[in-house]
Design a protein around this ligand. Structure first.
Ligand SMILES: [Mg+2]
Length: 85
């Protein structure tokens, strides 16, 4: 995850995006092999490493999503006490 774009977009959108990046990395690793790398990758980063990085990104976004859900849950609890919903 590029740090300079970290706060852009909602948590939900960023989590969806990171999940899609993980799916893509897994697909590439399965198709071309975990020890292979993209020919344009000057660092020759193996596909399995890219999968690990995307897993870390997804974990980070899941943590942020859980924090967001706690906020939503707290709002819901307050609304419930006010309106008896
Ligand atoms: Mg990512």
């Amino acid at each position: 995850m590029d740090k300079k774009y970290k706060g852009i977009g909602s948590v939900q959108t960023r989590l969806i995006e990171e999940c899609s990046e993980l799916i893509k990395a897994i697909c590439k690793s399965e198709r071309f092999g975990p020890h292979n790398y993209h020919p344009g990758n000057k660092h020759m980063t193996p596909n399995y490493e890219l999968v690990k990085r995307e897993i870390a990104d997804v974990r980070q976004m899941c943590d942020e999503m859980e924090e967001r859900l706690k906020e939503i849950e707290e709002i819901h609890r307050k609304l419930k006490s006010l309106r008896k919903i």
